[in-house]
Design a protein around this ligand. Structure first.
Ligand code: FPP
Length: 254
């Protein structure tokens, strides 16, 4: 047992040592998938998996700050997740509330700037208030920007951006001829740090699931069969090592 722990520590040290600290992805996005399957495999209800997933999120936020990632965007609840049984939806909402209650202090101590992205209008008013209060409390922090996507959909984000653009055109503060990619991107939830460098999806599925559609135009994708509750700092390091081995051409030639 002790040998196994020592072996793991050595592995961690060596893969971390391989990282090029000058080429850490600026913006990492994670689809925290596989919580339900992880729980089912253990004969437990899906809620058990979400609870474990929230603990993983706590560890990965700390790992991201240690690794020098500047922006971390995590998919906690999509605009499509309302189709799930009401008990599961209620549990995930409660979990987010608890997560804030338990981790706000530590996030603050780690200089994290919390930001909720998505359409909050469908959430319970009390939860909306807690999100706003948490954001305000951390607004002056200068470390990792942690975007938590709740009732988020990439298509909805674009629709809402268009609505705001149309409003500004109607008010006369924006001319249609001035609308370009840079202008439109200012209306996104993730502005000004929009572009995702690395998308990580655990849980074996290989799809984007309506996450950050605009922002992922030139993201590098990394998938793992591990479920989110089993995701560790070592897994994050593996994903970054893979990112560092890619040649990013952004449509050009090397
Ligand atoms: C996807 O796994 C996970 C979710 C829809 C919920 C993610 C929520 C958390 C990680 C915890 C709460 C978040 C915060 C911010 C504290 P799945 O249920 O689709 O898993 P499956 O594909 O195995 O069914």
């Amino acid at each position: 047992m002790i040998n196994r722990i020592i072996r793991r520590r050595k592995q961690t040290a060596s893969s971390a040592e391989l990282l090029d600290m000058n080429n850490i992805p600026h913006h990492v996005a994670i689809i925290m998938d596989g919580n339900g399957r992880w729980a089912k495999r253990r004969g437990m209800p899906r809620a058990y998996g979400h609870h474990a997933g929230a603990n993983t999120l706590k560890r990965i936020v700390i790992a991201a700050t240690e690794l020098g990632i500047k922006v971390l965007t995590v998919y906690a609840f999509s605009t499509e997740n309302w189709k799930r049984p009401v008990d599961e939806v209620t549990y995930i909402m409660k979990l987010m509330d608890e997560y804030l209650g338990k981790n706000l202090l530590e996030l603050n101590e780690n200089n994290v700037r919390l930001h909720f992205i998505g359409d909050m209008s469908r959430l319970h008013a009390t939860l909306q208030q807690k999100f706003i209060a948490a954001e305000a409390e951390m607004a002056n922090n200068t470390g990792l920007v942690l975007n938590v996507a709740v009732n988020y959909g990439g298509r909805l984000e674009m629709v809402q951006a268009m609505q705001h653009v149309a409003e500004d055109v109607r008010k006369g503060t924006l001319l249609p001829a001035d609308i370009d990619e840079a202008v439109l991107s200012r209306y996104l939830y993730t502005a000004p740090d929009n572009d995702v460098d690395l998308l990580i999806r655990p849980g074996a599925d290989k799809r984007v699931s309506n996450f950050l559609l605009w922002q992922m135009a030139y993201a590098e994708f990394w998938f793992t069969d591990l479920c989110w509750p089993d995701f560790t700092k070592d897994t994050l390091i593996d994903a970054i090592l893979s990112f560092q081995g890619r040649e990013r051409r952004f449509g050009g030639l090397k």
